[in-house]
Design a protein around this ligand. Structure first.
Ligand SMILES: CCC1=C(C)/C(=C/C2=NC(=C\c3[nH]c(/C=C4\NC(=O)[C@H](C)[C@H]4CC)c(C)c3CCC(=O)O)/C(CCC(=O)O)=C2C)NC1=O
Length: 184
C-alpha cells in the first residue's frame, strides 16, 4: 500500500532519479491541504451508513427485480451482503482519500472483485450504479453542500478533494465494468 509520499519515492526510483521539483510541489500541496483532507475523510466516514443505505435503496428502486425471487438482493442474507459490500467499498475509498493514493483500494478491495461477483452472479451493472450514487453523495459531503447535514467548519474550497474522491469511485466503477485494465 502506498501513500502520496511512498508513491513519489517509487516513481522516482523507477526512473533512477531524485525526487523532482514537480513531485515536491505536489507533496507540498498535499501537506498544506492536510486539514481539509482530514475533514473530507471525516465528512464521508461519519455519514457512511447513510451514504451506503441510500445508494443501495436507490439502486433497488431503479431495479425492483433485485429484491424479488431470483434477484441478487433477494433474501435477507444477500441484502445484508450487498449493504456490507457497499460499506467495504466506501471504507476503502476513504482510506485512499486519506493516503492521497488509490493503491490501498486497488490492492485490498478491488483486486479480484469483478471475478468474485461473476462467480456469485452479483450483477456488476447494479453494483456500479450503487457506487455511482455513493460517489454523488460523497462529493456532496466533501463539498459540504448536503443541506440537511451541513458540517460546522471553516469555509474553504474542497473541490479538488471532491474531484479526487470522485476519481476513486470512478476506479471502482471501471473495475466493475471492466472496460479498462487498470494499471497503477
Ligand atoms: C476486502 C474486500 C472485500 C470485498 C469487496 C468482498 C466482497 C464480497 N461480496 C460477496 C458476496 C455478495 N455481494 C453481494 C452484493 C450485491 N448484490 C447485489 O445485487 C448488489 C448489486 C450488490 C450490493 C451493492 C451479494 C448479494 C453477495 C452474496 C451473493 C451470494 O452469496 O449469493 C462475497 C462472497 C462471500 C460473502 O458472501 O460474504 C465477497 C467476497 N469481500 C471482501 O472481503
Amino acid at each position: 500500500m502506498l501513500d502520496a509520499f511512498s508513491r513519489a519515492v517509487i516513481s522516482a526510483d523507477a526512473k533512477t532519479a531524485y525526487i523532482g521539483a514537480d513531485e515536491l510541489a505536489s507533496l507540498k500541496s498535499y501537506i498544506s491541504n492536510q486539514n481539509r483532507r482530514l475533514d473530507a475523510v471525516n465528512f464521508i466516514a461519519s455519514n457512511a451508513s447513510c451514504i451506503v443505505s441510500d445508494a443501495v435503496a436507490g439502486m433497488i428502486c431503479e431495479n425492483t427485480g433485485l429484491t424479488q425471487a431470483g434477484g441478487n438482493c433477494y433474501t435477507n442474507r444477500r441484502m445484508a451482503a450487498c449493504l456490507r459490500d457497499g460499506e467495504i467499498i466506501l471504507r476503502y475509498v476513504t482510506y485512499a482519500l486519506l493516503a492521497g493514493d488509490a493503491s490501498v483500494l486497488d490492492d485490498r478491495c478491488l483486486n479480484g472483485l469483478k471475478e468474485t461477483y461473476s462467480a456469485l452472479g452479483v450483477p456488476t451493472t447494479s453494483a456500479a450504479r450503487a457506487v455511482a450514487i455513493m460517489k454523488a453523495a460523497a462529493v456532496a459531503f466533501v463539498n459540504n453542500t448536503v443541506s440537511q447535514r451541513k458540517m460546522a467548519v471553516t469555509e474553504g474550497d474542497c473541490s479538488f478533494l471532491a474531484t479526487e474522491v470522485a476519481g476513486y469511485f470512478d476506479g471502482v466503477i471501471q473495475v466493475l465494468a471492466n472496460h479498462l485494465k487498470r494499471n497503477r
